[in-house]
Design a protein around this ligand. Structure first.
Ligand code: ZN
Length: 152
């Protein structure tokens, strides 16, 4: 394992241990739930969009380290982005994890998405890592466009 792989592994472990943006938003405009039956990962994603910009995003769920870390990293990447920018990130993410593991990827151009390059080497884990991103895509497409208030 090279130094870069080791660094990415640390990032995944860190996000798994202390997930960012964990929970459910009280007020949100977009929502989706995702389930990965292969591993048992589950995610509940709430997004608050204002003027086409993702103002707030939170996720809740249970699953393996990769699925949780991927959701956590995703929330940090999409906050403050427009819906279009977030969808581009979803496409870039898919492109990375479905690429042949033997393909050299220029990680410098990927920024924070580079952390997911290592996932390609574990095909069984691709669905775990993808769950949050698929769910985000569904949530953004759901366009409920009305503010929901849930009190728990
Ligand atoms: Zn999993």
């Amino acid at each position: 394992m090279n130094e870069l792989d080791e660094l990415y592994k640390q990032v995944i472990l860190d996000h798994n241990k202390s997930p960012r943006n964990f929970g459910i938003l009280n007020v949100y405009t977009h929502h989706a739930e995702g389930h990965n039956p292969l591993c048992g990962d589950e995610i509940d994603l709430t997004v608050q969009v204002e003027n086409n910009v993702i103002k707030e995003v939170k996720f809740e769920g249970a699953g393996c380290a990769i699925s949780k870390a991927s959701a956590s990293i995703m929330t940090t990447l999409i906050k403050g982005k427009t819906i279009e920018e977030a969808k581009i990130l979803v496409d870039e993410f898919r492109e990375i994890v479905t690429r042949d593991p033997d393909d050299e990827i220029d990680t410098l151009n990927l920024g924070k998405l580079a952390v997911f390059c290592g996932v390609r080497e574990f095909p069984a884990r691709v669905k775990c890592a993808s769950l949050a991103w698929h769910t985000l895509n569904n949530a953004l497409d759901s366009a409920e466009n009305k503010v929901k208030i849930e009190k728990k």
